[in-house]
Design a protein around this ligand. Structure first.
Ligand SMILES: O=C(O)CCC(=O)C(=O)O
Ligand SMILES: [Fe+2]
Length: 371
């Protein structure tokens, strides 16, 4: 197969991974997705994330965005050194260009471990901000249950990835602390229908995700997500009912010496005239803050068979996406912090003035305010 020029996203059945008889088949399919595509659909995850929970969460999303603007602003991201909270439409940048989306960044429960003298990046994990309970009763509890369930799916999926790369199932555990010491970050996103022919159809611009893996719920039936193959073609990844989309990020690509593909993707705004916005909820499953993926201490030893497959496939060429090459030299927490600074300069100016100046020596860009 010419995996490099994939033209569709494979669909894997998670239940196959749960029985000894069918697991080898799943592991082979996962290996192909990891090495040649960088994206997959995952079905039959009911045992970890129940369909009722997903429906309940989806039902809250329109209510969340319909909250009065002053109530949304009350939990604005600029309040938070952890970059958690509400961002108004058009306040986020990807590669310096404005994204047309409105969102609440919400993470799994975690207290900030930062104390004076610690590196700044320890503060990139911390508590979330939720809208007042009486305005949207039950949302907070539902979101927290969802985040725990999807994080647990991610934690199990990491062991499957290890096996698909011919490592022992705990082969990637050095990149994690115990689950209670990890924070995984999510956001509830609304991509509004453009009201007139606007200059840009950028819901979110082309980018790689940063970490090991992202678990995405496409929470409305709209197309718009697209994935770039190595010929540069944009392949549609429309919502498939009762599946998650899973994709792999730059940290995993670096940590696996290029065996795994991080794949560039983007979201187009819904077409003018659509009757409702597009909704999605990605969860970025993090690795530990202190890991420097290229540190010899974290180097993984792969069997020759896997390295051979990588070499037969060939070296991956660059694309014009945000590239996160900082993983070469920086701890993961610092890469996360730098990414947040670039996407949310106004939040950075308030909480990380020195870093802000480094990336924006001419001051705040005209666009890019979280509030
Ligand atoms: O909204 C989506 O479907 C994908 C969003 C995305 O790629 C991201 O936020 O990193
Ligand atoms: Fe993404």
């Amino acid at each position: 197969m010419t995996g490099l020029d994939f033209s569709e996203i494979p669909l894997l059945d998670y239940s196959l991974a749960l029985s000894a008889e069918t697991k080898p088949q799943f592991i082979l399919q996962l290996r192909n997705a990891l090495m040649n595509v960088g994206f997959l659909y995952l079905s039959n995850t009911d045992s970890v994330v129940g369909p009722e929970l997903i429906e309940e969460l989806k039902s809250y999303i329109p209510k969340l965005f319909a909250l009065p603007q002053d109530q949304k602003d009350k939990v604005r991201m600029a309040n938070s050194p952890h970059f958690l909270g509400y961002s108004r439409l058009g306040s986020e940048l990807t590669k310096g260009k404005t994204d047309n989306r409105e969102q609440f960044d919400i993470a799994t429960d975690h207290v900030s471990r930062w104390k004076p003298g610690d590196p700044d990046y320890y503060n990139v994990w911390g508590p979330s901000q939720y809208p007042d309970e009486d305005l949207i009763p039950g949302f907070q509890a539902t979101m927290k249950t969802y985040l725990s369930a999807v994080s647990a799916l991610g934690t199990h999926f990491i062991t499957l990835i290890a096996e698909a790369l011919s490592l022992p199932s705990d082969g990637l555990s050095r990149f994690y602390e115990s689950p209670d010491r990890m924070q995984h970050r999510s956001k509830v996103v609304q991509y509004p229908v453009p009201t007139e022919r606007s200059e840009s159809d950028q819901g979110v611009g082309p980018h790689y995700d940063a970490g090991f893996l992202t678990i995405l719920l496409q929470a409305s039936p709209h197309p718009g997500l697209q994935v770039q193959n190595l010929s540069g073609d944009w392949i549609d990844a429309p919502p498939v009912p009762e599946t998650f989309v899973i994709n792999f990020g730059r940290a995993l690509e670096f940590a696996t010496q290029g065996i795994v593909r991080a794949t560039s993707h983007r979201v187009l705004s819904p077409p003018v005239g659509s009757s409702s916005p597009r909704y999605s909820i990605p969860l970025f499953h993090n690795i530990s803050l202190d890991v420097r993926v290229r540190d010899p201490k974290y180097e993984l030893e792969f069997p020759a068979e896997i390295l051979k497959l990588r070499d037969e496939r060939g070296i991956l060429s660059g694309t014009d996406s945000v590239n996160y090459s900082e993983f070469e030299t920086q701890p993961s927490g610092m890469v996360q912090l730098m990414g947040r600074v670039k996407s949310h300069p106004d939040v950075a100016q308030r909480h990380y003035p020195a870093l802000f100046e480094r990336f924006f020596p001419d001051g705040l860009p005209a666009q890019g305010f979280a509030y």
